[in-house]
Design a protein around this ligand. Sequence first.
Ligand code: HSE
Length: 321
Amino acid sequence: MSGNKPGVSRDSVGVFAPATVANVASGFDVLGFALERPGDTVCLKKIRAKRVDVVAVEGDGGQLPRDPEKNTASVAAKRFLEAVGFPFGLEVTVRKQMPMSSGLGSSAASSVAAVYGANILAGSPFSVRQLLPFTMEAEQVACGAAHADNVAPSLLGGFVLIRSYDPLDVVQLPVPAGLAVATVHPHTEIKTEDARRILKKELRLSDAVRQWGNLAALVAALFQGDLGLLSRSLQDVVAEPRRGLLIPGFARVKQAALDGGALGCSISGSGPSVFSICASMEKAREVGSAMQKAFTDTGLDSDVYLSRINESGPVILGEER
Ligand code: HSE
């Protein structure tokens, strides 16, 4: 995948990168998929000076760092430029178009858009897949853990499995036809760092057996397009039991989704967003409304995002399909 048109050298580029659902129930830190919306846009402009400046961040209510060593977009772009010998510097503008601390991979979308754009401005010396480590360094800065289950699907599209972190080994998985996702973001924030801190550091063997059985079956279900197996596999006995307690009304929302006919429902990434995978967009619409109503009954406003699985990853602004 190369973003440059032959013979065209650019001085600036804008890139949209999608939000993601990490973990996907049984795949804590090793599985994620990309949504069509929401997502973030990052605009980059080449400068002569060998530095990366964050010139503007829009839509973040002043919450995101402007310090280039702390903002995920500039961190990823800078690590990339260091790797290619800093042929130019960059002015970075981040347009947040999705909620932060929402469990939808907001920091990942920014870093993916930035590094994807920087690679294009440099003439695409790296394949898209080779950009992944730079975005993981940005995740380390954002939440203290270089997990790849948001950045990998945002960058590559579709479902992505991280078989190993060291060495990094990522596997793109098939997307069964027709799948749709209802993701509901309740208006409360959970920082990934905090949601990671509350997890047990050790697992009971019986829980590990259930988790890896479900994860292996989920992967098989994607290959076979077996929605019954997918439904039975969307279970998490590792993170959800603890993190569910941080989300007001989570049990009620999940029950509403399952009663409404979702194939499965769990926490998106570290929460508080909750996702349901459904067999059709029509079903996702119904399930999304039921989940939103359950949050409302708990006293929380929320936003619903309906989406297919995004198999494309980032897009260059002006070149959207
Ligand atoms: N796998 C990470 C976690 C994703 O659950 O902490 C964070 O979005």
